[in-house]
Write a protein that binds this ligand. Structure first.
Ligand SMILES: *[C@@H]1O[C@H](CO)[C@@H](O)[C@H](O)[C@H]1NC(C)=O
Ligand SMILES: *[C@@H]1O[C@H](CO)[C@@H](O)[C@H](O)[C@H]1NC(C)=O
Length: 470
């Protein structure tokens, strides 16, 4: 009898503890409920914002109705995820191999047509990463020519395809830039410090050559050049250094080149430091039928919370963050903080799916599965192993997922950053686990959807806020 009474007391006590424990750490919204019909892709661009008004550049998905690049072949979900994995492999490979400067080899005797005809790119260096998938349009030269470029916070060198494409250029939507038609264009000389700051460079006589090779064997080679870069009517950068690529190949779609927003000395951010103090912001749209923005310098949007921007000397291009924990439906997962600190976490606009250390991913997956128990499961999709079939539902509810960074910065992810919807019968948890506990974690672009993301290299902080775009 007495033992029953004690058992009862113990039960009451443990319920009390459990309740207060849970009540103490639950925060914010617990789930997203969404109409299943809204998960299907739209075919019409719905954006109405006039981006020219406020010095914002329009940022769109590379494939889709808002992209300035039309009729480019959209890869299927498996291809997108396989390309994403190859970008992640090359980022992680890069970290394990320290930085070196390489020289482009130029074969003698082939130089009579062009110094580039005989160039050989060094064997795989894995320094840069393609498949970034947002597009922004900027102007090169005088008079200005508008060119649509891949936007990439994971690369430093900005480059465009240039005439004459003696060796080869891939097909692009806009006319290929013609340096001889720009009154402000000049070649960079080998004696300029900008030339020696390149990771891969060479000299043809006194003229500086550059090369960038991406992890998937895409590459660009050409003259390192200087010309006026027009970001918007009030954002004009004379003497901007970029690659004028006469030999280019790879998965760049029909984009005219790439805008490098990394931290290295050749990036746009470093080159414009005196003008913008290393400040830029963007919002990545959640669907291909909406648009986001990219803007340089200026006032940050309201309600931004800042966390420290960290540096990893083996990957100087990348912006690192101090990720501390993950919350599912408001409850902090029990993951040792050393799981995150041992691996490190970088933020990348070019990686689609966020990558987590294996222990963190399995904890996230377990908590997510528990909340999603009522939905029938679906087969795995490439790197995504936790998928559901919503075909018999008109609305679905998924638990909220939030990432907590140092400084008390809790980033509540948009619904589109939680599920990757390949079809109504296959919607998958949009995270993947790394295979090795030492591999770097990545805050990818799906999880950044709709957030205002503010980079301040001068103050070494990165800020996040809600409601940046659709
Ligand atoms: C840049 O260098 C190339 C190769 O030497 C040359 O053909 C071209 O005329 C140069 N352009 C300018 C503007 O000097
Ligand atoms: C959807 O409902 C139909 C009819 O009740 C059933 O046959 C089918 O198995 C259901 N599909 C799933 C994925 O539950």
């Amino acid at each position: 009898m007495a033992s029953h009474f004690f058992a009862f007391l113990l039960l009451c006590f443990s319920l009390l503890i459990q309740y207060s424990y849970v009540a103490g750490i639950i925060s914010g919204r617990l789930e997203h409920t969404i109409a299943v019909s809204s998960l299907l892709p739209e075919t019409i661009c719905s954006t109405t914002e006039d981006f020219t008004d406020n010095n914002r550049l329009k940022l769109t998905h590379r494939h889709g109705p808002c992209s300035p690049i039309k009729n480019s072949k959209k890869p299927d979900h498996k291809q997108i995820l396989a390309q994403d994995q190859s970008r992640v492999y090359s980022i992680q490979h890069r970290r394990h191999h320290s930085s070196t400067t390489t020289t482009i080899k130029i074969e003698p005797n082939k130089i009579h047509q062009s110094p580039l005809a005989g160039t050989k790119i060094p064997a795989y260096t894995g320094k840069s990463f393609s498949t970034a998938n947002f597009i922004v349009t900027v102007g090169f030269g005088t008079p200005k020519r508008d060119l649509s470029l891949i936007f990439d916070t994971g690369s430093d060198v900005t480059w465009i395809q240039c005439q004459p494409c003696i060796s080869s250029c891939y097909a692009q939507q806009e006319p290929i830039f013609e340096p001889t038609q720009s009154s402000t264009y000049s070649n960079v000389s080998c004696s300029e410090s900008a030339c020696s700051e390149l990771d891969t460079s060479s000299c043809s006589g006194a003229t500086c050559l550059y090369a960038v090779q991406y992890g998937d064997n895409s590459y660009t080679v050409g003259f390192f050049s200087k010309d006026t870069l027009t970001l918007s009517s009030s954002d004009i950068l004379p003497g901007f250094f970029f690659g004028c690529g006469e030999k280019n190949r790879g998965l760049f779609g029909k984009a005219a080149g790439l805008l490098g927003l990394g931290r290295g000395s050749t990036s746009l951010i470093s080159q414009s430091k005196t003008k913008y103090n290393g400040v830029f912001s963007y919002c990545l749209p959640s669907t291909s039928s909406s648009a986001g923005y990219l803007t340089f310098g200026g006032g940050a949007p309201a309600n931004i919370k800042y966390t420290s921007m960290l540096t990893d000397s083996s990957m100087p291009t990348f912006y690192f963050l101090n990720l501390l924990s993950i919350r599912v439906a408001g409850i902090k997962l029990s993951i040792s903080p050393t799981v995150f600190s041992n691996a490190g976490t970088l933020i990348d606009s070019g990686t689609v799916i966020s990558r987590l250390p294996p222990a963190a991913y399995s904890s996230l997956r377990q908590a997510f599965k528990q909340k999603m128990g009522k939905y029938p499961t679906a087969p795995a999709l490439s790197i995504l192993d936790t998928c559901y079939d919503f075909s018999n539902y008109s609305t679905v509810s998924v638990p909220t997922v939030a990432l907590e960074f140092a400084g008390g910065v809790v980033v509540d992810l948009d619904f589109s950053g939680i599920l990757y919807v390949a079809s109504l019968s296959q919607a998958c948890l949009a995270f993947a686990g790394n295979s090795d506990a030492g591999d770097v974690g990545i805050f990818g672009n799906i999880q950044q959807h709709k957030l205002n993301v503010v980079y301040n290299v001068g103050k070494q902080v990165i800020g996040f806020g809600k409601g940046g775009c659709n």
